[in-house]
Design a protein around this ligand. Structure first.
Ligand code: ASP
Length: 442
């Protein structure tokens, strides 16, 4: 197939075109035109992806659990998955904190720039402070309570409840294992059918991906620059050391730590891994939401990397909801940055506290754009750094959000491959096409 017919190249073209259009639009102040005529295609693309996330997770997880035929195996896979997720997240924050201490980004901000930013973004910050207030008023076990729904239809009506849907699907799958096969079969067949249809729907939605990505990137640039590109470039310059610290940390984690872990936990070649998940990374970058990217992440892991459905259906929805290495790394850098900018020094104990809190926060962070900032406020308050300081970073947050979401999604895929390999459930994918047959490796 010529390169320009391959979906990932078309998405890259969409992305570059969106970037070029966004810059031209920002320079010419085409904000209203972009909002009216370009943005809707991005919204439709994200909506379509979100639309199939719940049926996809329900279908694949219920059939996945029911085919395990062994509850102990489920416990083993669950334990391993959680362990690796938490371990890699802690490592990510440690990298963020280390780099922030090394580069001292907060000390590079001149006081007049700091005061200007605080004044400009304080209104914007207060809405987020309110949202964080609601989160922090909850008890320590609220996370567990949140996981267990009292009505599955309520949970399925909001994509933010993915953890509840995961819980229900596992619970239902376990129930299915315990009824006579004759009774269970029609239900299983039904969910198998749902699963097959949603996977096909992902393929159909991806036909729109180049246009969707174009619209999303164009919209982001126009919104972030607020019709004034020079202002955005000034801001990037003023916060340059901070942005570079986050970007460097994310690159180190994504291109250094993950390949190392992949070599350690799996036989898969690093190049094959990155090539296989390219589409998911592009969608993550343009949507800034690991939740919306989930259907594409599942598709890439199963069809390009050969992760079995049983593993991907369990590991990936869980990862999209609780595993946010990129977010955690950024929270580490941002906490130290804001503390330094307002003239505070964080002790080692404070920083260890940040590490612990950020691991928990990343579990509670919703897989949607900008959710990381809300959890950041809670971290800041726990170490007594003024949370209004988020005003300093809000102007560039969307750009960093795009990058940290790529890391979040890459981490989920890395764990899916590692767990699948350790369970003998990594298949050899014979070629690139989705229609290609898959052969079992073990
Ligand atoms: N946008 C991120 C995600 O969906 C969360 C965040 O860091 O704000 O993965």
């Amino acid at each position: 197939m010529p390169w320009y017919k391959q979906t990932h190249w078309q998405i890259i073209l969409g992305l570059v075109a969106g970037l070029v259009y966004g810059i031209i639009a920002a320079l010419n102040g085409w904000t209203a035109f972009t909002t009216d005529w370009i943005t809707p295609f991005g919204v439709i693309f994200i909506n379509l992806l979100k639309l199939i996330a719940v049926p996809l997770v329900l279908g694949s997880l219920i059939t996945g659990v029911a085919s395990l035929a062994d509850i102990r195996k489920l416990g083993r896979i669950g334990g391993k998955t959680l362990g690796v997720y938490i371990g890699t997240t802690a490592l990510a924050i440690a990298i963020g904190l280390l780099l922030a201490n090394l580069f001292q980004p907060g000390k590079a901000v001149p006081p007049e720039v700091r005061d200007g930013l605080m004044a400009t973004y304080s209104e914007n910050a207060s809405a987020r402070l309110e949202a964080a207030q609601n989160v922090s008023e909850r008890g320590p076990l609220q996370l567990l309570i949140d996981m267990v729904p009292d009505n599955i239809f309520n949970s399925a009506s909001d994509n933010r409840n993915m953890l509840q849907i995961v819980f229900f699907a596992i619970f239902f799958g376990i129930g299915l294992l315990q009824v006579p096969e004759k009774r269970a079969k029609p239900i299983l067949d039904f969910f198998h059918g749902i699963n097959d249809v949603t996977i096909r729907l992902v393929d159909l939605i991806m036909l729109m991906a180049p246009l969707g990505v174009f619209a999303l990137i164009a919209d982001t640039i126009t919104k972030v620059s607020d019709g004034n590109l020079v202002k955005l470039l000034d801001l990037l310059g003023a916060l340059g050391v901070y942005c570079l610290t986050v970007v460097f940390g994310l690159a180190l984690h994504t291109l250094g730590v993950y390949p190392l872990l992949l070599r350690f936990f799996s036989k898969m070649k690093v190049f094959k891994f990155f090539k296989g998940i390219g589409k998911a990374q592009l969608v993550a970058f343009s949507t800034s939401s690991s939740g919306a990217t989930l259907p594409v992440t599942i598709e890439c892991c199963e069809e390009k990397l050969g992760v079995s459905e049983e593993i991907s259906a369990f590991v990936l929805p869980l990862g999209a909801t609780i595993n946010m290495d990129g977010t955690a790394l950024y929270q580490g850098v941002a906490t130290v940055f804001i503390a330094q900018a307002v003239g505070m020094d964080l002790s080692l104990a404070d920083q260890l506290n940040v590490l612990l809190l950020a691991v928990m926060a990343s579990i509670g962070t919703a897989a949607v754009p900008g959710a990381g900032v809300i959890m950041l406020i809670i971290i800041l308050e726990s170490v007594h750094v003024p949370s209004a300081g988020i005003a300093l970073i809000l102007g560039v947050d969307r750009i960093l959000d795009m990058l940290r979401t790529v890391t979040n999604v890459t981490g989920d895929c890395m764990v899916a491959v590692s767990i699948a390999d350790s369970e003998g459930q990594l298949k050899v994918v014979s070629s690139e096409s989705t229609e290609d047959k898959i052969k079992w490796e073990k």
